[in-house]
Design a protein around this ligand. Structure first.
Ligand SMILES: [Zn+2]
Length: 374
C-alpha cells in the first residue's frame, strides 16, 4: 500500500465513523463497529481523532448485558454553524443553523431592497452584527448563503433574472466583500425546496411550491439535495396556463404566476391576505368564488407537472400560514378532479419550515457539503 492510498483509507474510515454517528445521533463503539464493519481498535482511534477535532463528544453510558457500561458518543452539533440570509423586497431574514439543520438563532429587519452600495453596506452590517452576537469561534462558521428572488447563473456568480427585486446583473463578489466567510447565492425557491427535502426520510421526487406574493416552484428529483440547483426547473412560475391570461412581469401572458401568486387573491378581493382568509373562512361568497378559481388554477399547474413527473407536492410560502385543513383538502380534491388519470397517487403536504425555508436552505448547502466531506 503506498502512502496516498493509506491516507485515503484513513480518511474513508474517519468518514464512515462520522457519518454513522451523524445518522445514529448517539452510539457506542460496538454498535459503530457493527454498523460500519470496522474493527473496534479502528473505531477507537477514529473516535480519538474526531474528539480531537471537536466534532464528537462523549455522551451518556449505556447499560450493556454483560454488566459493563458502554460509553456512547454523539456529534457536536454546533461544531460548525452556517448562516442563511434571505433578501426580500421589503426585508432581510437571517438564520444560523447547526449541523443538523436546527435553527440556533434567527432575526429579521426591514431593509427595503435597492441595488445600491448603501443597501449592501446596511445588509452587511445587519448580518455581521447577528453573527458577532452569537459569539461562535470564527473557524466554526462555514459560510453565508444568500437566497434572493431571482435566478442565479449556473456558476453561482451572477443574478441573471430578477424582475421582482430588479437585481439582474448583481454579482456574488458584492456579497463577498461584506463578509470574512465564504459566500454563495441561491434562487429563493430553490433553497427553500432544499430545506424542505433535507429532512424527508425517503429519497423521492417532489415539487416544492411556494405560495408567496409571487408564485414559485422547484422540482426535486430523487431527493438529491446536492444536485438540486442543476436538476431543478426554476421557472415553474412562468408555465403558461392560459393564452390570453393577465400580463406577467416576465412580459408574457397567462403564466402560472399571474393566477397562483398570492397577489392574485389580494387584487381580486381588494383585501390584505389575512383579511381575505378571515372572510373566506367566515363564508363570504365573493371570497369563496375567488378562492375556488385560485385553487382550480393551482390544481392545473400541479397536474401539468404530474404529466411530466409523478411527484409529491410540498406546499410552502406565505399562504400556508392562513390556509386551513379544509382549504388544503379542497386543493387535493381539485388536483384529483383535474387529473386525466383518476388513479393519480401523490401526497400533498404542507411545508413545515414556513417562511424561514429559503434562508435555512441557503445555509444548508454549506452543512450538506461539510457533512459529506468529513
Ligand atoms: Zn411569466
Amino acid at each position: 500500500m503506498n502512502i496516498h492510498s493509506s491516507i485515503d483509507l484513513k480518511r474513508l474510515n474517519l468518514q464512515k465513523v462520522y457519518h454513522f454517528l451523524y445518522n445514529a445521533r448517539s452510539s457506542a463503539k460496538l454498535d459503530i463497529s457493527q454498523g460500519t464493519g470496522l474493527s473496534i481498535p479502528t473505531i477507537a482511534s477514529n473516535i480519538i481523532e474526531l474528539e480531537r477535532r471537536g466534532l464528537i463528544r462523549e455522551g451518556h453510558e449505556f447499560k450493556s448485558t454483560g454488566g459493563r457500561r458502554a460509553q456512547s458518543y454523539s456529534i457536536c452539533e454546533t461544531a460548525r454553524i452556517a448562516i442563511g440570509a434571505e433578501i426580500l423586497k421589503e426585508e432581510v431574514k437571517v438564520v444560523a443553523i447547526d449541523l443538523y439543520g436546527n435553527i440556533v438563532e434567527d432575526s429579521r429587519k426591514e431593509i427595503p431592497f435597492v441595488n445600491s452600495p448603501s443597501y449592501f453596506a446596511e445588509f452587511g452590517r445587519f448580518v455581521n452584527t447577528f453573527i458577532d452576537k452569537m459569539a461562535f469561534p470564527k473557524g466554526s462558521i462555514l459560510g453565508i448563503g444568500v437566497a434572493l428572488q431571482g435566478l442565479v447563473s449556473e456558476d453561482g456568480q451572477t443574478v441573471v433574472y430578477s424582475e421582482i427585486l430588479k437585481a439582474g446583473g448583481l454579482r456574488l463578489k458584492t456579497f463577498r466583500k461584506l463578509f470574512d466567510f465564504e459566500c454563495r447565492m441561491f434562487h429563493d425557491t430553490g433553497s427553500a425546496a432544499l430545506a424542505e427535502i433535507w429532512s424527508l426520510p425517503e429519497k423521492q421526487n417532489s415539487v416544492y411550491i411556494a405560495l408567496n406574493r409571487y408564485f414559485g416552484g422547484e422540482l426535486v428529483l430523487n431527493g438529491e439535495v446536492r444536485r438540486i440547483q442543476k436538476l431543478s426547473s426554476p421557472t415553474i412560475e412562468h408555465m403558461k396556463i392560459s393564452s390570453d391570461g393577465p400580463l406577467c412581469y416576465c412580459g408574457k401572458r397567462g403564466c402560472a404566476e399571474t393566477f397562483c401568486g398570492a397577489n392574485r387573491l389580494s387584487e381580486q378581493s381588494g383585501l390584505a391576505i389575512r383579511e381575505f382568509f378571515e372572510k373566506l373562512h367566515s363564508g363570504d361568497d365573493r371570497c369563496i368564488e375567488i378562492w375556488k378559481e385560485y385553487v382550480h388554477n393551482l390544481a392545473i399547474v400541479i397536474n401539468n407537472i404530474h404529466m411530466v413527473v409523478n411527484c409529491d407536492v410540498i406546499l410552502g410560502g406565505y399562504l400556508n400560514l392562513f390556509m386551513s385543513e379544509d382549504d388544503l383538502r379542497m386543493l387535493d380534491a381539485s388536483v384529483k378532479e383535474e387529473s386525466f388519470n383518476n388513479g393519480v397517487t401523490y401526497s400533498l403536504k404542507r411545508s413545515f419550515l414556513g417562511d424561514k425555508a429559503p434562508a435555512i436552505g441557503a445555509a444548508l448547502d454549506f452543512i450538506d457539503e461539510f457533512i459529506y466531506e468529513q
